[in-house]
Design a protein around this ligand. Structure first.
Ligand SMILES: Cc1cc2nc3c(=O)[nH]c(=O)nc-3n(C[C@H](O)[C@H](O)[C@H](O)COP(=O)(O)OP(=O)(O)OC[C@H]3O[C@@H](n4cnc5c(N)ncnc54)[C@H](O)[C@@H]3O)c2cc1C
Length: 481
């Protein structure tokens, strides 16, 4: 067993044939396409980080199944220390990539399944835990990239699952002795087309009668019947057209690339099925996924992104000669305050984590702090981007193309009028980075990633322990019931 290198990862993708479409055209080679290449590069960088002795403690762990060194993205958290390192990994990968750790959702789905399969086996006498561990050992030994699929297409939100088009939620359409056949689609799948496998879990709690939808499984991403329809936006077009990606806002690793992942009657062998009809456990599964993912996504991943924005805003101020102005210093300080408050919540969620269920050996973060981390980030990230936009000035959206620096008719003007305390090109480079964040996709991306805030508000209200707070208030008021 050994960790995969970045080069081995790239080679492994060449062998994997995925049915992926971008802007109405089939993607023939993931590493050659201008947009999918950024996902390949970002994931390859994750493998590179794991091989870096300086990052070993964060990016790798010891497998509880084999005792071997494994990538932390395939690790089941066995202690609060593991939870802390998991959050550290989210921070480090965001700081390094400025885009998704495309193995992140898979890691959190894996942890939720590790916890819930133990419970299902205890109550139902199933053997899901053994199957999951077999899958885990196989992926650990090969160091595979596993993405996570949770969010169903859902369709008309006013309708319950059984009232609308049945395919709006991934479900079982055929039960066979050797496995199941599934149909439906998962939306907004981060980088799935560039991962080896995907872990699929239900997107919400389920009721009796909805057994076909209580399904969790692992599937190779090149499996027959899976189609990927990739996202497309102005930044996709900019990257496709770019003659020199050096001038893009995040040249090598790009945007957070997602896709619609369609399951058109995909066969899943029984050995890879980890939930098959247990509606009474779907709620626990999504809830445990959510609290793990919210700690990482809200209180660590977006903190890493904020570090990039804060650093770029400080540089923009220095390049423009405004860094000593009291309101600029205050804006930068507010950005740090907002970001680190979320970070503190992630650390608290990890430190206050618990074994769940008791005796399983699986550790889950604290629900209250995980939810606060995500809600605070969802609101705070807009503020951070607004403050960065203020510091960067109008140039952040009015800047001309870098091609003008090569155009004899305009080069002199751009160099003369866009220079400030530094030459024009340097100023334009950092402004382009800020444009990528403040005028890019990251506002809604941060808001909805790991669930829209209403979902967290509901969870937070549930775990807030209002009864205890009422008792405290009554004691102060001298009220005795
Ligand atoms: C950049 C990015 C990357 C992502 N990566 C992944 C990934 O890798 N894997 C994955 O599984 N998911 C991923 N997601 C999906 C993410 O978890 C969802 O976007 C999020 O859960 C919200 O779901 P939705 O987008 O369907 O929005 P909606 O559910 O349509 O929510 C939109 C609004 O409608 C409200 N709403 C929704 N349903 C109801 C209802 N029944 N009643 C009242 N109000 C309702 C919501 O509260 C919200 O205000 C990603 C999302 C983004 C933006």
């Amino acid at each position: 067993m050994s960790l995969m290198t970045a080069e081995e990862f790239k080679k492994s993708l060449q062998k994997m044939k995925v049915n992926a479409y971008w802007d109405g055209k089939k993607v023939e080679t993931l590493s050659a396409h201008p947009v999918t290449r950024s996902v390949v590069e970002a994931t390859a960088k994750l493998y590179e980080l794991a091989a870096d002795p300086q990052q070993e403690g964060v990016m790798t762990a010891t497998s509880h199944l084999t005792g071997e060194k494994i990538n932390r993205n395939l690790h089941v958290n066995r202690s609060t220390g593991d939870l802390e390192r998991r959050a550290d990994m989210a921070l480090l990968t965001s700081q390094t990539l400025g885009t998704c750790n495309y193995r992140c959702v898979g890691c959190d789905a894996l942890n939720a399944l590790a916890s819930v399969t133990v419970e299902m086996d205890r109550v139902k006498g199933t053997e899901y835990s053994r199957r999951l561990n077999a899958f885990l050992q196989r992926t650990q030994e090969k160091d595979l990239a596993v993405s996570g699929a949770v969010t169903d297409a859902k369709g008309d939100r006013a309708k319950r699952i059984l009232e609308g088009d049945p395919d709006m939620y991934v479900h079982i359409v055929e039960r066979r002795s050797d496995g199941i056949v599934v149909r439906g689609a998962k939306m907004h799948q981060s980088g799935a087309f560039c991962a080896h496998e995907t872990l699929v879990i239900p997107g919400g709690a389920l009721r009796k009668g909805e057994e076909d939808y209580a399904v969790a499984f692992a599937v190779p991403n090149s499996a027959k019947g899976i189609t990927y329809v990739l996202q497309y936006n102005a930044l996709s077009a900019e990257r496709e057209k770019a003659e020199d990606i050096f001038y893009l806002g995040n040249p090598r690793f790009g945007q957070r690339e997602t896709c619609l992942m369609v399951f058109d009657d995909v066969f899943i062998p029984a050995e890879n099925v980890f939930m098959r009809g247990e509606v009474d456990f779907a709620g626990a599964l999504i809830q445990r996924f959510a609290k793990t993912h919210r700690m990482n996504c809200g209180g660590a991943c977006k903190v890493g992104f904020a570090d990039i924005i804060i650093g770029a805003a400080q540089l923009a101020a220095e390049y423009a000669g405004t860094e000593k102005a009291p309101h600029v210093r205050e804006a930068i300080t507010h950005m740090v305050r907002i970001s680190e408050a979320s970070h503190a919540c992630a650390i608290a969620a990890a430190v206050k984590g618990k074994e769940e269920p008791p005796g399983s050996g699986v550790f889950m973060p604290d629900d209250l702090f995980g939810n606060v981390a995500k809600i605070s980030t969802a609101h705070g990230f807009w503020q951070i981007m607004a403050l960065a936009g203020d510091i960067a000035g109008g140039l952040v959206v009015t800047m001309p193309s870098f091609q003008e620096l090569k155009n004899p008719a305009t080069k002199g003007y751009v160099e003369k009028y866009l220079k400030a305390a530094v030459p024009a090109e340097k100023r334009m480079r950092i402004t382009k980075v800020l444009q990528n964040w403040t005028a890019g996709l990251h506002g809604p991306g941060t808001w909805h990633g790991a669930g829209s805030t209403q979902a967290q508000m509901i969870s937070l209200h549930r775990v807030a322990n209002l009864e205890a707070k009422k008792r405290i208030a009554k004691r102060i008021a001298g009220i005795e019931d």
